[in-house]
Design a binder for this molecule. Structure first.
Ligand code: ZN
Length: 356
């Protein structure tokens, strides 16, 4: 590591203003900590949302915050109790650390711990720095044939794995995915790797739907370009069968998608809400009891999701490479965020490399 006590970081100073500025280099504060030198970071929709709106739900940016939470790197320092990792290991970082005494953790759902310290979620700093500190059990080795870029994208992949687990995805399932952004694409792809035989993608953008072909899509429905008098529901049922979907993944958070999702979910099926959009929406709630739909929320990831994600990629069952549309150097980070904010349709995943 370096002698210096400060390092450059990508900091959201206030909504609408990102700066490259110096912050303190973290130190090992617990014998179970490791310090990772960051090599690649993906820009997430949440980073852009904080940049433009300064808040997501009840998380509000009140003071300057380092951005970034989809990162990989190399271990450069380990605490005295770290036996599972060594200096030089290539790793993916799981960026949310629960309180070890929380009841949610004891119940096996540490992602729901209200005190979870999650990178780049206010008030916690993110990973867009040179050095980042994490507890040893949130740092996962990646094999040499998995790139740092792919290591960084284990984060959105873990979101997709978690949603599929909660949906109890199985061979032969017929699925519909609303929203073909990064999480939607990965959720559909994981469903197909887990055995789904039909994966229908629904989106308003032809560009996004075209990409879905590389992510397990068996059918694509452009809900913004339907023939006169034909509903999205009709087209989806045509693709997937009259009875509807075994599993619906709603990854857009948009009211029309939520409504259609509940309509096309079959009796006894599972509806998983992954996306977050408007705080309050209207939807036909009576369909949930009358069809005995299991309505499932899915939030980030939990035990096992990161290791499964790494296995999916390292075994070659799933490639994260088609997700990457642009690369920037660390020094160009502000430009990278602006490009993502201004052209959301052209960019799936942008990777910021370094810093060197
Ligand atoms: Zn993310």
């Amino acid at each position: 590591m370096t002698e210096s006590t400060t390092q450059e970081a990508v900091v959201l100073e206030q909504p609408g203003k990102i700066v490259l500025t110096n912050v303190n280099i973290p130190k090992i504060s617990d014998a179970n900590d490791v310090i990772v030198q960051i090599k690649a970071t993906g820009i997430c929709g949440s980073d852009i949302h904080y940049y433009t709106h300064g808040r997501i739900s009840h998380f509000v940016v009140k003071s300057p915050m380092v951005l970034g939470h989809e990162s990989s790197g190399v271990v450069v320092l380990i605490g005295d109790n770290v036996k599972t990792l060594k200096v030089g290991d290539r790793v993916a970082l799981e960026p949310g650390f629960p309180n070890r005494f929380s009841s949610e953790l004891k119940e096996g759902r540490y992602n729901l711990d209200p005190d979870l310290k999650f990178a780049a979620t206010p008030p916690y700093d993110g990973t867009l720095t040179k050095y980042y500190r994490a507890p040893k059990d949130f740092v996962y080795k990646i094999p040499d044939h998995v790139s740092f870029e792919e290591g960084a994208l284990m984060e959105p992949l873990s979101v997709a794995v978690h949603a599929n687990r909660l949906a109890k995805m199985r061979f032969g399932a017929r699925c519909v995915v609303f929203g073909a952004g990064p999480v939607g694409l990965l959720t559909g792809k994981v469903a197909s790797v887990f055995g789904a035989t039909d994966v229908v993608f629904v989106d308003l953008s032809e560009t996004k739907l075209e990409r879905a072909k590389q992510f397990g899509a068996t059918h694509m429905v452009n809900s913004g370009d339907l023939p006169q008098g034909v509903s999205a529901e009709t087209v989806i049922r045509k693709a997937i069968g009259k009875k509807g979907a075994d599993v619906v993944f709603e990854c857009s958070g948009a009211q029309p998608c939520i409504r259609t999702g509940i309509e096309v979910c079959k009796a006894g099926g599972t509806y998983v809400q992954v996306g977050m959009g408007q705080e309050e929406i209207q939807f036909p709630i009576s369909k949930i009891p009358t069809k005995e739909i299991t309505f499932q929320g899915s939030f980030r990831y939990c035990q096992g999701d990161y290791s499964d994600s790494i296995e999916l990629v390292s075994s070659g069952k799933l490639s994260l490479k088609p997700l990457i549309t642009r690369r920037y150097q660390f020094k160009e980070a502000i430009e990278a965020f602006d490009e993502n904010r201004d052209h959301p349709l052209d960019n799936v995943k942008t990777i910021i490399e370094g810093p060197e």
